[in-house]
Write a protein that binds this ligand. Structure first.
Ligand SMILES: Cc1cc2nc3c(=O)[nH]c(=O)nc-3n(C[C@H](O)[C@H](O)[C@H](O)COP(=O)(O)OP(=O)(O)OC[C@H]3O[C@@H](n4cnc5c(N)ncnc54)[C@H](O)[C@@H]3O)c2cc1C
Length: 419
């Protein structure tokens, strides 16, 4: 898009999967809108991920309804392929996206409806704003990170490949999907790797001939509206690497990765770990087995003809790092030269200068409709359901928000007619 727009009904901030889904639904409802993206379409998939990353879900599932991947449905698409998919998706309905434009500030107008949007390319007036700027804005490196110059430290968002790191051992802190896959890749590349494992879920990649994404679907869990009690902060370890495999901490340890509990503190070149590795792995096992149990119960209840898989319930032997967990080690003695913090992200909505956040700067909303009229969020974790941050789920949340916008527009139109 090249023409200068100074006024638009709805402004969407961000052209990742959320912004594109939003634009598709607004287009279908003939709602005039503009999507502003500070970098490129689906930028997070291009520059915010490591080189070898593939989607966590198979191609038949991790997509929008109106386009398939040009690949085997059961394959796991590489990150560039996912980004290319979204570029083509946006092209297929001629999404009104302007790239290379940053939204610097949104403020509510006084004495008249709408918002003033200051961008790197001028000012735009809009009636409503959809913040589709992503769930993962700012990489979090916890305050315990050591202030040691001889240790190279980076966040998983900055990790690209093993060659990028200095020679020597690597400690990966955090064993969610990113930490586990990065540790595995580094160990396979010949590095000594330590992996600090906190509480996690580790569902099976597949069971009885069906992928986990399918099981989440038939068990109704993509649509689960809230997390299980006490599981609010539990990370999920899943992977599509090497054609898709279950994350198994015993296998990783037998392969050569040294597991530890949660990283507690660094002092004088030493690092200390909580004595929680066995418990974290045990609870991860319980989570894994609970998925198998739910799947078995569903098969029995529905008389489904899916092949039994008793081997899925057999675990490898406990490796020594699990039976005798290491509680501290000296970084220099172990040759650890790099720490990768796979410790998640925080949000950053400083550009949205509207009263729609709680005291911890979290959006206050219901299913993405902010308490502040005219503001909408999209792509938030658990925005309406488990699937909300994922490719599959965000499309459905976008549909709901587009409907809400259409409803508000119809009330506004009635007002104009009455006048
Ligand atoms: C390592 C990793 C792997 C993942 N793998 C999968 C997977 O396999 N399957 C799956 O379904 N999900 C996966 N996810 C989760 C999710 O799908 C991605 O995080 C996805 O990128 C989220 O899309 P989004 O559009 O909500 O946000 P983003 O992709 O982050 O897009 C937001 C866009 O907004 C732009 N933006 C932000 N602020 C502004 C501003 N002020 N002005 C203009 N533009 C702005 C950004 O440049 C960005 O392009 C993964 C996440 C991570 C971190």
């Amino acid at each position: 898009m090249s023409e200068t727009i100074t006024e638009i009904d709805t402004l969407v901030v961000g052209a990742g999967q959320a912004g594109i889904a939003m634009s598709e639904h607004l287009t279908a409802l003939k709602i005039p809108h503009l999507v502003l993206e500070k970098k490129r379409i689906a930028e997070a998939w291009r520059s915010g991920r490591w080189d070898s990353l593939v989607a966590n879900g198979p191609a038949w599932h991790d997509r929008f309804p109106n386009r398939v991947f040009d690949a085997h449905p059961d394959s796991f698409i590489g990150k560039e392929g996912v980004a290319d998919y979204f570029v083509r998706y946006a092209q297929q309905f001629n999404a009104p996206i302007r790239t290379g434009v940053t939204v610097n500030r949104v403020t509510r107008n006084r004495g008249r409806a709408g918002f003033t949007v200051e961008t790197s390319d001028g000012v735009i007036q809009t009636q409503r704003v959809v913040a589709a700027s992503g769930p993962f804005h700012r990489p979090i490196i916890p305050a315990i990170a050591p202030a040691q110059e001889n240790i190279h430290q980076l966040h998983s968002a900055q990790y690209k490949n093993p060659q990028q790191l200095p020679e020597g051992g690597v400690m990966v802190v955090g064993a969610g999907s990113s930490g586990v896959q990065i540790a595995d890749e580094l160990q396979r590349a010949g590095r000594q790797v330590w992996l600090s494992v906190g509480p996690h879920d580790r569902p099976p990649r597949a069971y009885r001939g069906r992928d986990y994404c399918w099981w989440l679907g038939v068990l109704g869990l993509w649509d689960a509206a809230t997390k299980e009690a006490h599981k609010e902060h539990v990370t999920i370890a899943v992977s599509g690497a090497r054609g898709g495999e279950t994350i198994d901490f015993r296998r990783l340890a037998h392969q050569g990765i040294r597991l530890t509990g949660v990283t507690r503190q660094f002092a004088d070149g030493n690092v200390q770990f909580a004595d929680d590795l066995q418990q974290n792995v045990r609870l991860g096992d319980e989570n894994y087995l609970s998925v198998l149990d739910a799947a078995d119960a569903w098969i029995a209840a529905n008389g489904a003809d899916l092949p039994p898989e008793p081997a899925a319930r057999q675990f490898m032997s406990d490796p020594p790092c699990l039976t005798q967990p290491v509680l501290s080690l000296n970084l220099a003695d172990e040759g650890i030269r790099t720490i990768i913090w796979a410790t998640g992200y925080a949000t950053d909505y400083r550009w949205l200068d509207v009263d729609c956040f709680d005291e911890q700067q979290r959006p206050v909303h219901h299913r993405g409709v902010a308490q502040a009229a005219g503001i909408y969020f999209l792509g938030l974790p658990w925005q309406s359901r488990r699937g909300s941050t994922f490719i599959w789920g965000v499309w459905h949340d976008a549909k709901y928000i587009a409907d809400q916008i259409a409803i508000q527009r119809s009330y506004a139109a009635y007002g104009s007619v009455a006048q």
